[in-house]
Design a protein around this ligand. Sequence first.
Ligand code: BGC
Length: 743
Amino acid sequence: MTIDRKERAMDQQKLKELVQDMSLIEKINQLLQVTSGFFIDDVELTGPIRENGITEQSIAQAGSVIGLLGAKKYKEIQDAYIKNHPHNIPLLIMLDVINGFRTIFPIPLAQGATFEPELSKRCAQIAAKESAVSGVHVTFAPMVDLVRDARWGRVMESTGEDTKLNSDFAIAMVEGFQGTNVGEEYSIAACVKHFAAYGAPNGGRDYNTVELSENTLRGYYLPAYEAAVKAGVEMVMTSFNTLNGIPSTGNQWLNRNVLRDEMGFDGVLISDWAAIEELQYHGYAKDRKEAAGLAMNAGVDIDMMTGIYSKNLESLIEDGTVKEELLDEAVLRILNLKNKLGLFENPYKDADEEKEKEIILCEEHRKVSLEAAEKSFVLLKNDGILPLKKREKIALIGPFVSEKEIYGVWSMLGRPEDTVSIAEAADKVRMDYEFTFAKGCNILGAEDSNLIPDQHVQEPSKEDEERMLQEAVEAAKNADKIILAIGEHRRMSGESASRSDLTLPKIQYKLLDAIYEVNPNIAVIIFTGRPLDLREVSEKSKAILNVWLPGTEGGTAILNTLINKVSPSGKLPMSFPYCVGQVPVHYNEYFTGRPYDPKTGGKEYRSNYRDIPNTPLYPFGYGLSYAKFQYDDIKLSKDIMSIGETIDAYVTVKNVGEYAGTETVQLYIRDCIGSVVRPRKELKGYQKVTLQPGEAKNVTFEITEEMLRFCKDDLSFGSEKGEFHVYLGTDSSTEEYVSFNLN
Ligand code: BGC
């Protein structure tokens, strides 16, 4: 049978007719998502899979697939699928393309540190292009969950603790993946996740219960999802957690009233992996059938991976638990997406073997990866040891010096052979610096074996461990400066990677101690997927450069920063706690009735700890540069704002240091008195300025009444008259302010 593609172009009417023409089973199968393994590897339909409702027929007609096929295989599978499908409907391919496809960018948390959403938009465009030519139509990104607890391993997939920053990045990433419409060349559909509030699990333990007041939910957690919806995101994914007692995947109020009716989302809602089935384990559904009915009635269109809809929807419709119109609506949404992607008339879309070779990992893409990495690094401390100076004797020590797996766990296609290590980058400038190298230790030692599940890392013998340490000590003794590259193993953050402790693997402290004893001129490079407790590292080092998990061009970006080809400019998108006992910690907390004063520290009968400060070791928005910035002349254009008016806030930023650098000037506002208490301050704007030594620039922010709105007790958003403090500074701890009144 040949299918006339021109004839296949669809409009709403045709799509509706198509749904009407489909059999019940065909429609139900559109809601099933299976892994690509079923198509490539000829997965055997063994007992449990059959019991789950996945049959040859449901696979042959499954509406979508999760996994990568590659252009060639994809075309073969798409051809066969369409040919065999009773209505020749095309298949949809989805994949987790989080921070890059094959060209890997810094993890999302690191991208948050750039305070440059436009750059993430470019990264997403590239990721979309590389995915599209490989036959991918939808990515399960961006994750916009607000995060305040560094114990949660998935903070690495978020852009941090701030509502505005998360919303800005959500919009940029959706626009980057989708372009102006998903049908255009090299665009793929985005899927914002995980709806809702997955980033607030109790105790930072993955998949755990979430309890949030509706005011906090709406005021802080929901805006980033809504921003993605308003930016036209095509898909939304439910979250695994319960939210105030109801699992998100079965929550009608959340998915129908809030997401669809209030936010206006009309795209496809997919469950997270097996989340419909999990309604049983939450104790919310008595069996799989009830779970399927709850999810369907809550508006979940696609069942990721369980066959629970395939097995139960027919009888749920027969017995009236689920109305067939609901199924039709879900099918129509899925077909609509396929149509928007242009798959009816061009089922290959952008899949192209030649373009795969030409585009994937090309120089242009690597350059953007380098730029993103350089801009994401956060200089946490520098007692003048950085940047390195030519002719200095530098010992490059640590398990990350030659490490090439320096990308996050969600970089499915990231490959060590594509990645530049610090050692390789150093090799290129060895004429100017005297480098020596020593590994010192593995990332994990024998005592750290619980930190990743199935440790693939070969444990060295006691003798080898001792030899590595001694080599490092010798290298340190003979060096002017030491660059010590240490951190979390890449598999220590990500899904199911919660930790109760935020320090480094034990073996790495042994290395730090041994080196510190012979030469304290240490600059530490930290690789991490989450904020860490860096107290000890800070005590024993003269500089700390946090490089997260930087991706394909990580080593080059680090070297460029060390030698001041670029000055660090990243700012923390998430507070680095003083210690784990302080989390969740975030800058925009409430005062309490017995406020803590950062200037005086803890006092009796105040809201503070006896043994640690309230303030994190490094606060949100914090990050140094080789340049030194001075803020002067903070002022406002007027001190009264009436509704409909705006106020300009000005500040002069001068570079009083000896190196050029880029500063992210941050605007925070405090609403002094509110009918619902207001945070200490909230980020309302940020701008980057690049300054040569001695140069000064004026920076202006416009303050609008809209910026002053918040979620009130009746859950409406609005501003309230009264006094506001305006802070313009280098990070969230800035104390200086000017005030105005809203009339
Ligand atoms: C994760 C999602 C992801 C999905 C598909 C789940 O375990 O929670 O974020 O998109 O798997 O890979």
